[in-house]
Design a protein around this ligand. Structure first.
Ligand code: PEP
Ligand code: MN
Length: 335
């Protein structure tokens, strides 16, 4: 249930609602955003007597929430959540692009790619220091050394950095270096990791599990928000189907459905959906047409030598072409 306060509600009257809810054994979470405060009433078993809260000072209305996810739902918050990182805003209709290699391999590699993607208009740099690899014999990432390289990239280029956190053990160190932490597809239902991310001050890119339904994905975001971190960016990266013509199948319609159900920004990673370079630009354009809030694209200056995901990494010139085409489509659909 959601208690919507009047615009001019006083702190004391907001607190009175929170206290009353907690006295009744519920958890009350004030929800930021918009021009008024709303209070989510959670952990109620069965329905809550809405009339009880309507009697409080400065309460405008009480709305029942019918979905299993609460804090992520548009029922609770109608306006888009805007997440600002550096010069980028996620969720405001602009289309920030995150770009960089799959993995950080060396300072020279990271800086070369970062400078190139910045020149083409990327607003954030990505690169994994801790890599979730299918084979234990594949390159696992540079670990802390990779994080230090990311910090150097930020210092030299001014680009905020996005990097994956794989476990609770390394969370503290990853959030120390990263501007945005990424939870990968394989960890979308790692509930202890989600709870830990909920305690972080960093925005979280939550990739959709490769076989997760929309509801499971949103419930995963709910775990993060329930712990207090409201800056969650949902990322569609392709789901596992029976096809062999691409690594995964980009679920374009989930962008529409997720944006309808949730106020959180929904971004797309066409690189991991494609698995092959030739499909990345068309899928980026399709995602833009469907209303993605941002794109995340893998770029490598020497993809043949890349330690991971070289086949799907764009050359810097292709990334430039991608940015130009994405901008054209974006202005066309917004005209
Ligand atoms: C990545 O972004 O490099 C990555 C491993 O992504 P995903 O979790 O979507 O496979
Ligand atoms: Mn990758």
């Amino acid at each position: 249930m959601l208690v919507v306060m009047k615009k001019a509600a006083t702190e004391a009257n907001i607190q009175a609602v929170v206290d009353a809810a907690e006295k009744r054994g519920y958890v009350a979470r004030p929800i930021p955003g918009g021009d008024r405060v709303s209070i989510g009433i959670l952990y109620n078993k069965g329905s809550v007597d809405s009339g009880y809260f309507l009697d409080f000072e400065d309460v405008k209305e009480v709305i029942s929430v019918t979905k299993p996810y609460k804090l992520v739902s548009r029922e609770i918050k109608k306006e888009n959540t805007l997440i600002k990182v550096g010069d980028a805003t996620f969720g405001d209709g602009s289309l920030p692009v995150i770009a960089g290699p799959c993995a950080i391999e060396s300072e020279e590699q990271a800086l070369t790619i970062a400078k190139a993607v910045k020149k083409s208009g990327a607003l954030l740099f990505r690169g994994g220091a801790f890599k979730p690899r299918t084979s234990p014999y594949s390159f696992q990432g540079l670990g802390e050394e990779g994080l230090k390289i990311l910090a150097k990239v930020r210092e030299e280029t001014g680009l905020p950095v996005v990097t994956e956190v794989m476990d609770c053990e390394n969370f503290a160190i990853v959030e120390e270096y990263a501007d945005v932490v990424q939870i990968g597809t394989r960890n979308m239902q790692n509930y202890s990791l989600l709870k830990r991310a909920g305690k972080s001050k960093r925005p979280v890119v939550l990739k959709r599990g490769m076989s997760a339904t929309l509801q499971e994905w949103l419930m995963a975001a709910e775990y993060i928000m329930e712990e207090g971190n409201h800056n969650v960016i949902l990322c569609e990266r392709g789901i596992r189907t029976f096809v062999k013509h691409s690594r995964n199948t980009l679920d374009l319609s989930v962008i529409l459905a997720a944006k309808k159900e949730s106020h959180l920004p929904v971004i797309v990673d066409p690189s991991h959906a494609a698995g092959v370079r030739s499909q990345v630009i068309p899928l980026a354009l399709a995602s833009t047409s469907v209303g993605a809030d941002a794109l995340m694209i893998e770029v490598h200056h020497k993809p043949k030598e890349a330690k991971s995901d070289g086949a799907q990494s764009l050359y810097p010139e292709q990334f430039e072409e991608c940015m130009q085409k994405v901008r054209s489509i974006h202005s066309l659909i917004n005209s």
